[in-house]
Design a protein around this ligand. Structure first.
Ligand code: AMP
Ligand code: ZN
Length: 484
């Protein structure tokens, strides 16, 4: 499909939607801040990767050769932003009495399972922080003399040495509100650790030798080093959740400026990436999104309750990525029903066209233009979904519709051509009856009704109801039963 609408993306650096102009013609290089693998991701975290996936898919749809890298943070991310917290990985390893490497492996696999379940495409590269420590030390060595200073606890970046620090956050450089100067001796409140020295008398599970003593890299350093190493500075787009716009990304930018300047690669304003994009948060009123609150909202919890993970993906696509999205079970249920309707319509497309259907090339061209304009307009997925549904409801012949659905779904990623209605009907973990038992009882009930034995038919229905299965006679979606 020809995609001609100009692609515009909202750049957090300028707070404006800008035409996308790739650094390397015909290519798009994207870096996404990935998970810290000390715990399961919650569904809010996964919204960030659905967004990055839609961005990548859109760039491919627009004809760019995409190189996407997502990092896995397995060292360096502290429990707070003031550099005096504990390493999240070290803390979890101690709590679970396991090695950090085992913790990292377990939660990385759990994260990848969610990635697959949400039909997020595999990036060209997963960059794992501990694989890049020598490069991090090299990077730090390159900027240390001009931009850093040593304290007892490690090497710190002096934010006053780069132009326009904090432009991304629109924060004040000096005494910025919300900045905590937890580490004594910092020159500016916003200064941050590049290298965290292991305190005397302590041993960390993960530590490396460096010119600043045995220790571990700072979290911000990781992303600067890995994005530059894999994509080359400057690259096109850097993504993350909106919380990263305040501290993590301004610090990455400061390091990139220092690095590019020291090495004479570019001017002082070089921020590493040309476009910085941030998804807004998924919020939930009762605080179940917080990983510290016991049972929190994981994708697996949704699945256990009988919601297909792609219903969650659709829930994300129904909101613009820059809008806050409130999670509710009702909202998720509505998304599941919407997905069900789409699949019913797609399921019909393998049948021969009816006589009423006819090819309307102008109408089809207008719809394609609409879809293209929507996704090209800073990834307006809510509107793109409406364009898709218009095609499904329209009169174009089935084979034509099928081709269009395939093209649109290459951006939306709802797996519409492979998923079936039956796949959506997940049995909640707590259900007392298997699908096979339900189907067998329903078949027996059909026979009873055919034989006009209504007493038996009612008894079978009541038996199902007692096990939480509601029989849905005459359901407009063609659903025969649901678990209450
Ligand atoms: P973390 O594993 O904590 O580093 O977070 C992984 C990603 O999820 C980051 O890009 C965060 O900005 C993003 N994130 C965290 N909480 C939410 C949320 N509630 N909604 C959307 N994105 C989030
Ligand atoms: Zn990052």
């Amino acid at each position: 499909m020809e995609s001609t609408a100009p692609l515009t993306l909202f750049n957090s650096l300028t707070r404006r939607a800008e035409p996308f102009v790739p650094v390397h013609p015909g290519e798009a290089r994207v870096y996404t801040c990935g998970p810290t693998v000390y715990n399961y991701p919650h569904i809010g975290n996964m919204r960030a990767y659905v967004f990055a996936d839609v961005l990548g898919r859109t760039l491919s749809f627009k004809g760019y050769k995409l190189t996407h890298a997502i990092n896995i943070t397995d060292v360096g991310h502290l429990t707070n932003d003031s550099d005096d917290g504990e390493d999240k990985m070290e803390r979890m390893a101690a709590a679970q009495k396991q090695s950090i490497w085992d913790i990292a492996e377990h939660y990385k696999q759990a994260y990848w399972a969610d990635v697959r379940a949400l039909n997020i495409r595999q990036p060209a590269q997963w960059t794992v922080a501990t694989d890049y420590v020598p490069q991090m030390i090299e990077f730090a060595r390159g900027i240390a003399a001009q931009h850093c200073y040593k304290l007892e606890s490690g090497l710190y970046f002096d934010v006053s040495t780069v132009a326009d620090y904090g432009r991304l956050a629109r924060a004040q450089t000096e005494d910025g509100e919300g900045r905590i100067e937890a580490v004594e001796g910092k020159r500016n409140a916003a200064d941050f650790a590049i290298w965290r020295k292991t305190p005397p008398g302590e041993a960390r599970q993960m530590e490396w030798d460096s010119p600043w003593g045995k220790g571990a890299p700072g979290w911000h350093l990781e992303c600067s080093v890995m994005s530059g190493a894999v994509l080359g500075f400057p690259f096109d787009i850097h993504t993350g959740g909106i919380d990263h716009r305040e501290i993590h990304h301004p610090n990455e930018i400061a390091q990139n400026q220092a690095h590019c300047c020291t090495n004479g690669l570019d001017d002082a304003a070089n921020s590493g990436a040309k476009v910085w994009m941030h998804n807004n948060f998924l919020v939930e009123r009762s605080g179940k999104m917080s990983k510290s609150s016991g049972e929190f909202l994981r994708l697996q919890l949704l699945i256990d309750k009988g919601y297909h993970p792609l219903a969650y993906r659709l829930l994300c696509l129904q909101a613009h990525y820059r809008s806050e999205l409130e999670f509710s079970w009702e909202g998720l249920g509505a998304a599941l029903t919407r997905l069900k309707r789409m699949l019913i319509a797609v399921g019909r497309l393998s049948q021969p066209s009816t006589r009423k259907q006819r090819s309307e090339p102008t109408e089809l061209a207008a719809n394609k233009k609409w879809f293209d304009a929507a996704v090209s307009n800073d990834l307006n997925t809510p509107e793109a979904l409406t364009a898709l549904e218009e095609v499904l409801a329209g009169l174009q012949p089935n084979d034509v519709k099928l081709t269009v659905v395939e093209e649109y779904d290459s951006v939306l990623g709802l797996d519409l051509l492979n998923l079936t209605r039956a796949d959506l009907r997940l049995r909640p973990k707590s259900a007392e009856i298997t699908e096979a038992e339900i189907e067998a009882t329903l078949a027996a009930r059909k026979e009873a009704r055919a034989a006009k034995d209504f007493a038996r038919s009612d008894a079978l229905r009541d038996g199902l109801a007692a096990k939480g299965v509601e029989v849905m006679d005459g359901d407009p979606l063609g659903w025969e039963w649901k678990l209450g």
